[in-house]
Design a protein around this ligand. Structure first.
Ligand code: PEP
Ligand code: MN
Length: 260
């Protein structure tokens, strides 16, 4: 199929979704890499509420490179997310890895994340496509823009137009960042499709010291928002320690960025 014939193509989709209002210009989705405890998520939720931010993230099912690393709290993690979303009126974004977890997750999560490693999991894409739940689809770390759009097309062509795309960096030879954030991908997707796209600055950069300038860059290129990992004590985090902002760093970035 030619790109122009795809449902995701510019002006083909009428509705995006209610949670992700494209009129309000830039959305920040922030929270820890993994849900680790109720205290950690309470602290995160309080920080977001204080900064008038409405999206919280946190993985309950973690796709770890090593099977011996922390795999997430699973259902207990989902329950913690549900607790903070109710208490603080937040919108929860969380990843599922397995289509069999979808039915459970939708009771606790507002936006289902499909991670980079699962962008090619066609059974998962079809499964979420057959629901109306908002989906945040991350670009595969080895996927071209066309493959990324085809993955979104799997969801949309199954009937679910509530898709938010996320550029999270691709693998290149460069090793001063964890992945290479593909800024052009954001501009191309804004030009060619009707879908919102955000940039994940934590999994792309893998470091905290250049988050602010890159945040400005993704805003300038037309991104609808950004995802940022943060942790009350990043050095004690059970995953992705080096890329999680501490609360002071996060507050400073948000204040300086002046989220609209
Ligand atoms: C995540 O957002 O928790 C995550 C694992 O990211 P990615 O799929 O982009 O690696
Ligand atoms: Mn992470």
């Amino acid at each position: 199929m030619k790109k122009n014939d795809m449902l995701v193509h510019k002006n083909k989709l009428k509705s995006i979704n209610e949670l992700f209002n494209l009129e309000s210009s830039f959305h920040i989705i922030a929270g820890p890499c993994a849900v680790e405890s109720i205290e950690q998520m309470e602290q995160t939720a309080q920080l977001l509420a204080k900064n008038n931010l409405k999206f919280i993230r946190g993985g309950a099912y973690k796709p770890r490179t090593s099977p011996y690393d922390f795999q997430g709290l699973g259902l207990e993690g989902l329950k913690i997310l549900d607790h903070v979303r109710k208490k603080y009126g937040l919108i929860v974004v969380s990843e599922i890895l397995d289509p069999r977890d979808l039915e459970t997750a939708i009771d606790y999560v507002d936006i289902i994340q499909i991670g980079s490693r699962n962008m090619h999991s066609y059974s998962l894409l079809k499964e979420v496509g057959q629901t109306k739940y908002p989906v945040l689809l991350k670009r595969g770390m080895m996927a071209t823009i066309e493959e990324f759009l085809n993955a979104a097309e799997y969801i949309v062509s199954n009937g679910n137009t509530n898709v938010i795309l996320c550029e999270r960096g691709i693998r290149t030879f460069e090793n001063s960042t964890r992945n290479t954030l593909d800024i052009s991908c954001i501009a191309i997707i804004k030009k060619e499709t009707s879908l919102p796209i955000i940039a994940d600055l934590s999994h792309s950069l893998g470091r905290t010291d250049i988050v602010f300038p890159i945040l400005k860059a993704v805003e300038a290129v037309g991104a609808d928002g950004a995802m940022l990992e943060l942790h009350p004590e990043p050095e004690k985090a059970l995953s992705d320690q080096s890329q999680q902002l501490n609360h002071n760093e996060f507050t400073a970035i948000i204040k300086r960025f002046n989220v609209k």
